[in-house]
Ligand binder design. Structure first.
Ligand code: ATP
Ligand code: MG
Length: 417
């Protein structure tokens, strides 16, 4: 069999490295986002990076682009497995399998990790990307919707992300959704021949999702007056209208701006009720940083007890582009030495006090070691040679000024608190 030769030293298309220069910001961002959710009593959950393919077929939905086109699936021992394209299905699988549904409700969870989708790579769109997401399971109230949306906004605020807009919609009760679906089909049937191939498929499988299409010819129809009038006059159930009103009322009271977008329906087959997106005007074409919605039918669909739930996911790479970042870490001490055991012992004591410490491992003359301390932009060099060890001292050199002072090791450590 002819194999295409693949370069070894080249990462696969649509993937990225988090290099040392970015990792501080990357993990800092995740830590800050996690702290926001922890402070609201959400707890982290980690599920496998691959699951049985059937979980996503069921949990994301047969009619979605994800399941139809974007999954990385492979076979082992006759079973089909898939690299997770999103986080909710795995979380809900664990929720059912591990009996979390028997704990006190609501259950508040968050997760972070790599996701995989076979998409056309472009700015802001990768094949391996990362999501930070949260789920609130066990409540179907507009208050729960509000909390979840507010938490997403709080994360973006903590990361100092500017130009954020909240887009809201409701896809109604499951019954509404069915009626909406049929009415939309009737409305669009005459236009079917003009629609793109994907929309022709969606027309059969998941017509609601057609409204999300980005193809120009389709968009012209969906953005047109015919659909506009239909959307504005559709008869949503009182229950859906009331719930959406309550949610909007809470947001209004908190002075949170939002726009209602009747065409925003979002990905999962099982979304019901509130759906939302947070975008940033700083991102260009792929402007969505966060997408979420209520999925009251998913737990049941996967074989668990009837459990309403709502959640969201943010794209970490997109957050990275938008967040203001902390200063890179400072190297507090660089130990210049020909006494490795003493140097390691001193380093450990300093690290225990929270300092960032590097030990020179070259055993070269001290002049050369000091040059390394400069190169690494250390604040202090600590010189620990034969005579210092003998006198139980350390020479502390402030690298900016060049001022050097001898301290007894005990006094020096004590001075650091
Ligand atoms: P889009 O309409 O941009 O394809 P989506 O509806 O597929 O978005 P979700 O599945 O809701 O996106 O994922 C939530 C968030 O994850 C998105 O708002 C985005 O920030 C991020 N995201 C989704 N797909 C990718 C990708 N391929 N590369 C980078 N980030 C992504
Ligand atoms: Mg997508």
């Amino acid at each position: 069999m002819m194999m295409m030769s693949t370069p070894i030293i080249q990462r696969p298309k649509g993937t990225q490295d988090v290099l040392p220069a970015q990792s501080q910001q990357w993990f800092g961002l995740l830590a800050k986002a996690s702290a926001v959710l922890e402070s609201a009593n959400y707890t982290r959950i980690d599920t496998p990076i691959f699951e049985n393919t059937s979980l996503f077929e069921r949990g994301v939905g047969d009619s979605t682009d994800i399941v139809n086109k974007e999954m990385y699936s492979f076979e082992k021992e006759g079973r089909s497995l898939t690299l997770r394209p999103e986080g909710t299905a795995g979380v809900v699988r664990a929720y059912i399998e591990q009996g979390l549904h028997r704990t006190a409700k609501p259950v508040r969870l968050y997760y972070a990790g790599a996701m995989f989708r076979y998409e056309r790579p472009q700015e802001g769109r990768q094949r391996q990307f990362h999501q930070f997401g949260s789920e609130l399971l066990g409540l179907d109230t507009p208050q729960a919707d509000a909390e979840v949306i507010l938490q997403a906004i709080a994360v973006l605020k903590t990361l100092n992300i500017q130009g954020v807009e909240l887009h809201l919609n409701t896809v109604g009760t499951p019954e509404d959704r069915l009626r909406f679906r049929e009415a939309l089909k009737t409305l669009l049937a005459p236009h079917l021949p003009e629609l793109c191939e994907d929309c022709q498929r969606r027309f059969e499988q998941n017509p609601i999702r057609m409204l999300d299409c980005k193809v120009t010819t389709c968009k012209t129809i969906y953005d047109g007056e015919l659909v506009e009038t239909f959307l504005n006059t559709f008869d949503w159930s009182a229950e859906a209208v009331e719930s959406f009103k309550t949610l909007c009322g809470i947001l209004d009271k908190l002075n949170i701006a939002y726009s209602v977008n009747r065409r925003m329906v979002r990905g999962l087959d099982y979304y019901t009720g509130t759906v939302f997106e947070l975008t940033s005007n700083q991102l260009g074409a792929q402007s969505a940083v966060c997408g979420g919605g209520r999925y009251n039918r998913l737990v049941e669909t996967l074989g668990g007890p009837e459990t309403p739930a709502i959640g969201w996911a943010m794209g970490v790479e997109r957050l990275m582009k938008l967040a203001t970042h902390d200063e890179p870490p400072v190297l507090d001490f660089y130990i210049v030495t020909n006494q490795p055991a003493e140097a390691f012992a001193l380093a450990e004591q300093l690290r225990a006090k929270g300092a960032r410490v590097e030990v020179d491992l070259t055993h070269k003359p001290f002049g050369k070691q000091l040059a390394q301390a400069d190169k690494r932009k250390a604040v202090h060099a600590l010189i620990l040679g034969d005579s210092e060890v003998l006198k139980k001292q350390v020479e502390v050199k402030k690298l900016e000024s060049g001022v050097q002072t001898a301290f007894s090791t005990t006094a020096f450590l004590a001075s650091l608190g």
